[in-house]
Design a protein around this ligand. Structure first.
Ligand SMILES: [Ca+2]
Length: 609
């Protein structure tokens, strides 16, 4: 055995006994052990302290102060025994406190429908307000420019994030899906591996969260104001205030009284900025005098995109003046804020009073009405975003104050993207860029180079294996995702052989969005409409977009003869990708297919869900 073999042997020893310690720390430990060994030899030689030698090399050490001459690479392995023993002594063998210190904590921010266009660090060049706290994470960490979901809707995306599996393998294919409490998830694996875990906020998967030491979640969508929370100790109660602030309060309270003998994973999951957009009183009057610029496709006529034309998610035709936009003019309209306290009602009525009066005195029509709705929508959506950003800042400040920032991975993400007027829409669901993209920012001091932007294509199937690898815990179930660790630790450089295609499938059908599947490469995107709803959709089942030359996806090239070869190759790739992920059983995608669980496994009784 030569020196290299010895080092590898020791590394193996440490890896087996300290699986949660990273390799660079191990190397430092082994190196310090080797140095200590050399020093001991030197001391022993000087003092003619042969007893020390006798322990290690009784048959070979002469008494004339001369070590036998042999190349260091041929040292017998046992010569280096102290490099095992000494570091262990220095480390305090088996000390859970030290192990906890070595393993990173995880804070996982998850917002609902908070799209990349609304985060200033994404630099889309839109004239939208800054998000300084989310941007801080990007400046101190890595921003993923090409991060995508696999099914652009709340519940399925959440199930994928938890399990590392696309919808057809994780049991949640549509909005009504229920998470199997027995299913393997990354928080559950962390908890089994010695982490203390907690989740606060929007959960949205019906069954009680499992794999957490503590949780307090909203039922279903939950309410923006004075929300009802359901707690892991069986209690449920209404908490006065705005959900974004309350979720943060609950998370910070837990952080303060957590079991500090263990590393922690804390999920902070906001309801905001989900529809119907109701900002907190703190942000209610932001942007009053700002007129946001309109996206070029606000009045899209969907030429060449037959299914898109049949949507029911338009700012024009499907956005409610009262419940979505706070144009509260009748007693019935006021029901929108019936849950509010008198103080909250007063603030809301005052905030919109002047603009509402002007609207009612001279109601706009046609395109002017769309423009008015767009401005009101953007203001309320972005006010909700500002509340999320402010609360991200509260948590980051607390991590700083508690000295936890250095050893905590902070992940900021949301369940999918959202339309801010592009194609005339709000909502999500489509495989077009705005809703296919998911924000993803990771800060990990000492591992992730600050202010880096990663161009590699990543997906929400990747989160589970990434976070578990970061914690040094094996992913002991089959996942579709791959760990993002190579990207994180190499400043976002894309390793050779990284995925060149992502897979997407949406079959919920809500908001008039036709069920469809898609693949996306760096340059092109192909959509396939699985269940056409009329003859026109039947004749236009494929859509092909050139993402470099048509980033807004306005020109469907599937019928363009110049792209016939490209269409063919993308269709072949689509089939291959579908098979690669094992999405071959159509019965899984039928509505209503799903296991039922015992009633005590659900957050609420069936008649309240
Ligand atoms: Ca969502």
């Amino acid at each position: 055995m030569n020196l290299n073999d010895c080092v590898e042997c020791f590394m193996d020893f440490y890896t087996r006994h300290f699986p949660l310690m990273n390799r660079s720390v191990l190397l430092v430990r082994v190196a310090s052990g080797l140095v200590a060994t050399a020093k001991l030899f030197k001391t022993a030689l000087k003092a003619r302290h042969q007893l020390a030698f006798a322990v290690w090399m009784p048959a070979t050490i002469p008494v004339n102060n001369q070590l036998p001459i042999m190349p260091i690479s041929s040292f017998p392995a046992f010569c280096l025994l102290p490099s095992i023993i000494l570091p262990l002594l220095f480390m305090g063998f088996g000390s859970t406190e030290l192990v906890a210190q070595e393993r990173p904590n995880i804070v996982f921010f998850f917002s609902d429908d908070l799209t990349t266009q609304a985060i200033s660090a994404y630099q889309y060049g839109l004239d939208l307000p800054a998000t300084p706290n989310i941007d801080r994470l990007a400046h101190e960490g890595m921003l993923f420019e090409n991060s995508f979901c696999g099914n652009s809707i709340c519940t399925p995306s959440r199930a994928t994030v938890m399990t590392g599996l696309h919808s057809h393998k994780n049991g949640i294919v549509n909005l009504g899906g229920v998470l199997d409490p027995e299913r393997s998830t990354w928080p559950k694996a962390l908890r089994s591996g010695g982490y203390t875990t907690a989740i606060f906020g929007k959960w949205h998967m019906k069954t009680k969260p499992t794999g957490f030491d503590e949780w307090a979640v909203l039922s279903g969508q939950g309410s923006y104001y004075n929300p009802d929370f359901f707690f892991s100790n069986g209690e449920s109660r209404r908490i006065e205030g705005h959900s974004t602030n309350i979720v943060t309060d609950l998370a910070l309270d837990w952080l303060d009284r957590r079991d500090t003998s263990k590393p922690f994973a804390l999920m902070v999951q906001h309801k905001a900025p989900h529809r119907n957009w109701k900002p907190s009183l703190r942000e209610l009057e932001l942007y009053e005098d700002i007129e946001f610029s309109e996206p070029p496709s606000l009045f899209d006529e969907y030429e060449g995109r037959v299914a898109a034309a049949n949507h029911k998610m338009g700012i024009d035709g499907h956005m409610s003046l009262a419940s979505d936009l706070m144009l509260l003019s009748t007693q019935e309209d006021l029901d929108v804020i019936s849950r509010f306290t008198p103080e909250q009602r007063k603030a809301y009525l005052a905030a919109f009073e002047k603009e509402n009066a002007a609207f009612l005195a001279n109601p706009p029509t046609g395109k002017e009405l769309v423009r008015w709705k767009y401005q009101r929508y953007m203001k309320n959506y972005l006010r909700c975003v500002a509340g999320v950003d402010r609360n991200v800042g509260r948590v980051l400040a607390e991590l700083d104050k508690a000295g936890l920032s250095e050893n905590t991975i902070v992940v900021y993400c949301a369940d999918q993207g959202f339309y801010l007027g592009e194609h005339g829409w709000f909502d999500k669901r489509w495989a077009y860029e705005e809703s296919l993209k998911m924000p993803l920012i990771v800060r990990w001091p000492g591992k992730v180079k600050p202010d880096t932007r990663c161009p590699a294509m990543v997906q929400n199937i990747d989160y589970a294996p990434t976070l578990l690898q970061a914690a040094g815990i094996a992913t002991d179930w089959d996942v579709h995702g791959i760990s993002l660790m190579p990207l994180l630790i190499n400043a976002g450089a894309t390793p050779k052989g990284w995925r060149d295609t992502i897979y997407y499938r949406y079959m919920d059908g809500g908001h008039g969005v036709a069920p469809h599947s898609a693949i996306r490469t760096d340059d092109f995107k192909l959509l396939y409409f699985d269940r056409p709803r009329n003859e026109a959709e039947e004749k236009s089942r494929w859509e092909l977009f050139d993402l470099k030359n048509d980033p807004q996806e306005m020109s469907n090239l599937a019928t363009d003869t110049a792209y016939a070869e490209k269409l063919k190759s993308m269709q072949a790739r689509f089939q291959k990708t579908r098979e690669f992920y094992g999405d071959t059983d159509e019965r899984i995608w039928q509505r209503g297919v799903g296991k039922k669980y015992a009633s005590d496994k659900y957050i609420r009784l069936s008649n309240q869900r």
